[in-house]
Ligand binder design. Structure first.
Ligand code: SAH
Ligand code: SF4
Length: 333
């Protein structure tokens, strides 16, 4: 559906009854275009070591948290669990690291996950900015989707929340293009309610995603993480950040009916049924956490991060054992 920037801004400002109508409309567009199935990706939080110092993130380089990297055995056990439970796919996510040993470890893990699941598990990676060569190696090993959020499409805001020495906005954009060139289904997304962000910025984020012709999207509310530089800055109340996230999901569904949109964990840090509300607003992907229990608390991107999700309530709609690829990716236009 084509919407002008002003129409998008109006829709993003929907409240109460108007918001409820927007969600119904978005869910109906999803159901009609790609069906009402919900696809699972078991989330394996590989490591909280990170070379970057993003000003908002609880596992940034300077954060004083207990660091861990999962062993090969732990990753493969989590993947095997996902395969036995017929999750369809796993996501390997972690802080950024570009050492050659690390790149080789990931390559091997991707191959091993493919082998142990007899090629049945789909593999999404979310391991930050890497070289085109690395993206290609991991794709050749068997990964076929990649999530790299632009975080905000407003260049000035991006520069305020990322230290200059960690790389520029243009480097991030280039990485998204490289992912496409390497053959991945490409996912991006933004945080909603960053200090200084406006509803106009959010409308531009949606137009950015459409212009980039993304296949998948994961976006969630910004949640201050105690001890990070950004946490000291004022933000909209949590309820507004959550409602705007739901509106963003719904408007994106109207703009890009056949992409995959995740109901992200951060929504559930604000209200217990946050992810269910996202599904009702047009999302079609859920990423239940499969990181070993004892380590989940250390992957503390933000405060109050939920450690689990009960899929039972969505049982009727979950499509077990299916990859649930982005329909958009296979469209020939
Ligand atoms: N290092 C990789 C993947 C891990 S971080 C990367 O940055 O791409 C995954 C996502 O967590 C980030 O893209 C960011 O949008 C989100 N995140 C980090 N800190 C957050 C916070 N304080 N509130 C909400 N989301 C946050
Ligand atoms: Fe590292 Fe990602 Fe956190 Fe930035 S958002 S500090 S890259 S884990």
């Amino acid at each position: 559906m084509n919407l002008s920037r002003d129409e998008i801004i109006d829709l993003l400002n929907s409240e109460g009854e108007a918001a409820a109508r927007l969600f119904e409309r978005a869910a109906a567009v999803r159901d009609k275009t790609i069906g009402n199935g919900i696809y699972l990706r078991g989330l394996i939080e590989y490591s909280n070591l990170c070379v970057k110092n993003c000003l908002y993130c609880g596992i940034r380089r300077d954060a004083e948290c207990e660091r861990y990297t999962l062993t090969r055995g732990q990753v493969l056990a989590a993947a095997e669990h996902a395969w036995r439970e017929r999750f369809g796919s796993v996501v390997l996510q972690g802080g950024e690291n570009r050492l050659s040993a690390y790149i080789a470890d990931i390559e091997r893990l991707v191959k091993d996950i493919k082998t142990l699941s007899r090629g049945e598990l789909g593999i999404t990676l979310s391991l930050g900015e890497q070289s085109l060569d690395t993206y290609r190696r991991w794709f050749a090993a068997g990964a076929h989707r990649y999530l790299l959020r632009i975080e905000t499409s407003n260049r000035a805001l991006f520069e305020r929340i990322h230290p200059a020495e960690d790389g520029e906005f243009d480097t991030r954009l280039q990485a998204l293009h490289d992912l496409r060139a390497a053959g991945y289904q490409v996912g991006t997304g933004v945080m909603i309610g960053l200090p200084g962000q406006t509803v106009e910025d959010l409308a531009d984020d949606l137009l950015f995603m459409r212009a980039l012709d993304i296949d998948m999207c994961g976006m969630g509310p910004y949640i201050p993480s105690a001890g990070t530089p950004l946490a000291a800055q004022a933000v909209w109340p949590a309820e507004r950040r959550m409602n705007l996230t739901l509106n963003m999901i719904a408007v994106l569904r109207l703009l890009m009916p056949d992409i995959n949109i995740a109901a992200t964990t951060a929504l559930q840090a604000i209200v217990p049924d946050g992810r269910l509300r996202a599904v009702a607003a047009g999302a079609n992907v859920i990423m239940p956490n499969l990181t070993p229990d004892a380590l989940r608390k250390n992957y503390s991107l933000y405060d109050n991060k939920p450690l689990s999700f009960d899929t039972k309530i969505l049982e009727a709609n979950i499509r077990y054992g299916e990859w649930g690829d982005s329909k958009h990716f296979f469209k020939n236009d």
